[in-house]
Write a protein that binds this ligand. Structure first.
Ligand code: ADP
Length: 399
């Protein structure tokens, strides 16, 4: 069975074709600048790489280029489109309608359209990707895999904001959480690694990347997560502020002449470690600058680390303990200095890492950095959201 995984952004479309017998990626790539001059398809198989520069005015055209590349006799990976058994789509928001992945139907699509306003930056683009696929491959089964679904097991006291209950009901204002596919994958991999089944496990997963979120996973189920109604909440990120006193918005609007929309844009794009440091949102630049003595870069790293530590501590309280701490995504997998700083002075929780194991370069496999005598296992687990999407699509197809 071969499954095409599609992740559509507003001007991009990333894909992977996965052979489900081996779970190996047989082709992958992405289109950039859809609808903008200079569209570009980068396509890669085990044996070849191809770049196609051609204007692609919309997602449907982009998808046709992707499919042509996949079946191209010279640089493709399959003989015909019929070899694609199903398509798995990444969909950012499930609202309160879906607590797991679903096969695509007209009714499902209608609910997604209704939920689009909950994630206006992502959902319209995700929906465009699905519609393009439906048009180009009308007979291929499709599944939707939601970023928020893994968090749907949160108890009401964790997802409720302390607002008027009627407003929660009318406008669906609550914590949803994001990066669910990643938190699910790494927590399941951690459970496999611990080798004792999901029951009675207490895991904190730290997805630290361009956007960052922390989750508490008890008995294999998410019970809390740091992102909220939108991916702006939680720990500070590359350019996002993370949690902030909401009254700052009014003050900021008055001081800078901002509208509400300006304020939200500012919190999404001009803040985080980039805002504090004035250097960059990229942790490679930040650690370099801090190492060279840049005080604001150092402060930005300190603020990031301190907030991640606080979330970990609060989730240990929420779960009454911790067995395993997991790091994943760009920073979690690669920036040893940040892992070191987060795990420092966590002895009271039984968290200790082996410094030399922690400093070893990530090789794309699970990496156990637990120190001898540490009560808590500390793991680096490379995330693989595409594989989760493909696995869930396969499961739905076989159900
Ligand atoms: P996104 O949310 O954009 O997918 P990533 O998970 O790719 O983000 O994480 C990006 C972050 O990871 C950047 O801050 C980057 O500095 C950091 N990082 C550190 N080392 C590496 C590395 N070797 N490769 C990729 N990203 C890295």
């Amino acid at each position: 069975m071969k499954i095409l995984v599609v992740n559509a952004g507003s001007s991009s479309l990333k894909y992977q074709l996965i052979d489900m017998e081996t779970e190996k990626v047989i082709a992958k790539g992405g289109v950039e600048r859809i609808g903008i001059r200079g569209s570009l398809l980068k396509h890669k198989t085990e044996k070849s790489e191809k770049i196609i520069e051609q204007d692609m005015p919309n997602h449907k055209v982009a998808l046709k280029f992707v499919l042509d590349a996949l079946v191209n006799p010279e640089y493709g990976a399959i003989r015909s489109m019929n070899e694609i058994d199903a398509v798995g789509h990444r969909m950012v928001h499930s609202g309160e309608d879906f607590n797991q992945s679903v096969l695509l139907t007209d009714e499902v699509m209608e609910k997604c359209r209704n939920n689009a306003e909950l994630a206006p930056l992502h959902m319209p683009a995700n929906i465009l990707g699905v519609e393009a696929c439906k048009e180009v491959m009308p007979d291929t089964p499709m599944a939707l895999v939601f970023d928020t679904a893994f968090h749907s097991t949160m108890p009401a006291y964790a997802y409720m904001y302390a607002i008027d209950y009627d407003d929660y009901k009318s406008y669906k204002i609550r914590r949803y959480g994001f990066h669910g596919t990643s938190h699910k994958y790494v927590s399941q991999e951690a459970i496999k690694y611990l080798g004792r089944g999901a029951e009675n496990t207490k895991i904190v997963t730290c997805h630290l990347g361009g956007g960052s979120s922390i989750s508490a996973v008890k008995d294999g189920k998410c019970i809390d997560t740091s992102m909220g109604f939108t991916p702006l909440a939680g720990v500070p990120m590359g350019t996002r502020s993370g949690d902030i006193d909401p009254a700052v918005l009014e003050y900021l609007a008055a001081k800078k002449g901002y509208t509400i929309l300006d304020c939200v844009n500012y919190l999404n794009k001009n803040c985080g470690v980039a805002g504090i440091s004035g250097v960059s949102s990229d942790f490679r630049d930040l650690t370099k600058a801090a190492d060279e003595g840049n005080e604001r870069a150092k402060l930005a790293l300190d603020v990031f680390v301190y907030n991640v530590k606080k979330y970990i501590g609060s989730y240990i309280a929420a779960m009454d303990g911790i067995d395993c701490l997991v790091f994943t995504a760009g920073i979690g997998e690669n920036t040893w200095l940040v892992r070191k700083a987060i795990c420092e002075n966590m002895d009271c929780f039984g968290i200790q890492i082996d410094e030399s194991l922690n400093e070893k370069k990530n090789d794309g496999t699970i990496h156990d950095i637990t120190a001898r005598g540490s009560k808590v296992r500390v793991l680096i687990i490379p995330t693989n959201e595409e594989l989760v999407i493909a696995r869930e699509t396969k499961e739905l197809l076989q159900a």
